[in-house]
Write a protein that binds this ligand. Structure first.
Ligand SMILES: *Cc1c(COP(=O)(O)O)cnc(C)c1O
Length: 382
């Protein structure tokens, strides 16, 4: 049932949610429940054989030597910063437009985040701007593969040719995305992933991963996540309890088998949005290459808030990622970034609107969302 009068938004009988994870669970539940039994039978709750198997499988999927499973993407980023030996006095280049967890680890170790503006068209770190903010104290850069789109790793790599400048990738939103054929997360010295439920590869709770091709770093990460122990009850350095749960590894192993198909579906949905939204007075996201994994489909409009209300009225749920850029976060005021030197980050924050795009969404639903946006620009704009 729909009403298409010229003065109101279409109203569909079924709401379109922003995400629906039940569709993923339906595909894996039978096998996952069987494997849960095994985890309970063996009491293999913290780390254990399922986690070890997951680490091997995801290392193979990503094409990286070492994968260390942890209990969140935030923990992964924290361990990466510890393993890179960053600390007080060190400066770390971070984009101003990202989820704040990108830089929590930098703050936890007492290093200084140096916020950089982002690329106008992709929202990923603007490497020219980052380069202008380099000082003799710059020790690391954390590019974020935002919304599933790889940051420009050629330019990041070029910047990182300076001595003592390590690249830590925040690939939390971009599992399986590639830059020049290589999976993001495996290009810099250390890569970090999140398995928060709504991520493209999501656990049934919290989860994360750190990857590296360096055996020594990987051994240290394994110790750090488990109280700093290489040997039981011997703590060589300050450690953390950042272990992955066995039950999460079960869910992730079954989802990993399907992630390539699920990503293909995301690409098809994104392509449909791009075609259906072409010609409207709003910025539609494009892929810099074919290996975008479309964690989010973020359009931009100067009328973002009114468009969002219009869609909400039509039963279409949307999201904001992220409405307050890092240079305007109260907890970062002490690093006193100049608030007016991030024009692109400000624009992404004030104009970005994330449309529904999830595994199991139908092309018809994409057309409904796009049609409702058309209506907004035809009759809802006044
Ligand atoms: C989700 C996310 C994180 C943090 O991951 P958690 O698993 O939620 O701790 C870090 N960075 C980015 C860009 C993210 O999207």
């Amino acid at each position: 049932m729909r009403s298409e009068s010229s003065s109101t938004a279409r109203v569909f009988s079924e709401r379109i949610p922003f995400n629906d994870l039940a569709l993923q669970w339906r595909e894996i539940s039978r096998q996952a429940l069987r494997d849960f039994e095994e985890v309970f039978a063996k009491s293999a709750f913290c780390l254990g054989p399922q986690v070890e198997a997951f680490e091997k499988e995801i290392a193979g999927f990503l094409g990286v030597e070492h994968a260390v499973a942890v209990n969140s993407g935030s923990s992964a980023l924290h361990l990466a910063v510890v393993a890179a030996n960053l600390g007080p006095g060190d400066e770390v280049l971070v984009p101003a437009h990202t989820f704040i967890a990108t830089l929590w680890g930098v703050i936890y170790v007492g290093a200084t985040p140096v916020l950089c503006d982002v690329d106008e068209s992709t929202g990923t770190i603007d490497v020219d701007d980052a380069e202008r903010r380099v000082t003799p104290r710059t020790r690391a850069i954390i590019p974020v593969h935002l919304y599933g789109q790889p940051a420009d790793m050629d330019r990041v790599g070029h910047l990182a040719r300076r001595p003592n400048l390590v690249v830590i990738e925040d690939a939390a939103q971009a599992i399986g995305a590639r830059w020049n054929g290589r999976c993001v997360g495996t290009i810099g010295a250390i890569g970090c992933f999140s398995f928060y439920p709504g991520k493209n590869l999501g656990a049934a709770g919290e989860g994360g991963l750190v990857v590296t091709s360096d055996a020594a770093i990987s051994e240290r990460l394994r110790a750090l996540r488990n109280h700093g122990q290489r040997e039981r009850y011997v703590h060589a350095e300050t450690g953390f309890n950042y272990r992955m749960d066995g039950l999460q590894a079960v869910v992730l192993r079954h989802k990993l088998k399907r992630i390539s198909d699920w990503t293909e579906q995301r690409r098809a949905l994104a392509a449909r949005y791009q075609a259906a939204l072409a010609g409207l007075p709003l910025d539609v996201p494009t892929a810099r290459n074919q290996d975008h994994v479309w964690h989010l489909f973020v359009v931009r409009s100067t009328q973002r808030d009114r468009l969002r209300a219009w869609l909400e009225h039509a039963g279409i749920e949307t999201g904001l990622h992220y409405p307050v850029p890092l240079h305007r976060q109260p907890c970062l005021a002490y690093v006193s970034p100049r608030r007016d030197s991030y024009p692109c980050a400000d624009r992404w924050a004030s104009e970005g609107l994330s449309l529904p795009l999830f595994y199991g969404m139908t092309i018809e639903q994409v057309d409904q969302v796009a049609g409702t946006i058309h209506d907004f620009f035809v009759c809802g704009r006044r």
